[in-house]
Design a protein around this ligand. Structure first.
Ligand code: G3P
Ligand code: MG
Length: 261
């Protein structure tokens, strides 16, 4: 990729970010990181979802939060040891009840196809297994370049992993990128500059007074996770958060409608 490609301006990204992003789809109501979860988020009124992407043994980007299959699927053991075709055999919805049985682990390409049909945006969290930090980012970006609709702005990429973000900055300087962290790192200015980031994605529980207003004043859009109390969500938006990532997008949207921030 040509290193001279411009990173997208923060203001333009903030202007198109929705106030509410469905976490792992709409995790409170439907199985996380599945197509059913994305449909549920859409049904609740969310315009964007956040999902987690990692790699199968044969290098296919697919959606899953944990390194292992056990909590959310009928599979057992480490997900990265299975080829995508074998991962497809597992049920990824039954853990939440029979209504979701039959749901499969979606590939990133399948997710993009659904989002395009629903006219939805995406915050793609790069969630690599250890040792696959760069490769996961590179392969996810390659799939996005092949499949993301040409007439739509790129998804927002994010990760806890600086290595994944470094790889993303290298292969996708034209896609917006953000660091995920439990709390604002002391050296956040250096990190944002070094990794050429547009956004910060912070846990909401350890925010310090004034931090949101300070970051908003610096022009850094902050997405907060995982905020499931609608009253707290509206308060955080009023304090300067750019967006709320929530398991309950419908409830947070209703609170925003009732009392706009
Ligand atoms: O992207 C924000 C949030 O999803 C990060 O935490 O563990 O839910 O992926 P986690
Ligand atoms: Mg996530």
């Amino acid at each position: 990729m040509d290193g001279t490609v411009a990173t997208p301006p923060r203001a333009a990204l903030k202007a198109r970010l929705p106030l509410v992003v469905g976490h792992r789809g709409a995790r409170a109501a439907a199985p996380e990181n599945t197509l059913a979860g994305v449909r549920e988020a859409h049904g609740q009124g969310a315009r964007w979802v956040e999902v987690d992407v990692k790699l199968s043994r044969d290098g296919v980007p697919f959606l899953l939060h944990d390194d292992t299959l056990d909590r959310t699927t009928t599979g057992r053991g480490r997900a990265r040891t299975y080829a995508m075709a074998d991962l497809k055999a597992f049920d990824a919805g039954a853990f939440l009840g029979p209504a979701f049985a039959g749901e499969r682990l979606p590939t990133l390409a399948e997710l993009v196809s659904l989002l395009a049909g629903l006219d939805m945006g995406l915050n793609l969290e790069i969630k690599p297994c250890r040792g696959l930090e760069a490769e996961t980012a590179e392969r996810a970006v390659a799939v996005l370049r092949e499949t993301w609709p040409k007439d739509r702005p790129w998804p927002l990429l994010s990760s806890f992993s600086p290595k994944s973000l470094e790889a993303a900055a290298s292969v996708a300087p034209d896609m917006p990128r953000g660091l995920i962290a439990d709390r604002l790192p002391r050296d956040w200015r250096r990190i944002v500059a070094d990794l050429r980031l547009q956004t910060l994605h912070l846990g909401h529980e350890d925010l310090k007074p004034g931090q949101l207003a300070m970051l908003a004043g610096e022009g850094i859009p902050v997405l907060l996770w995982t905020v499931n109390d609608p009253i707290r969500a509206t308060a955080l938006l009023a304090e300067g958060a750019a967006a709320i990532i929530t398991d309950r997008p419908g409830a947070v949207l209703a609170a925003i409608d009732a009392a706009p921030p």
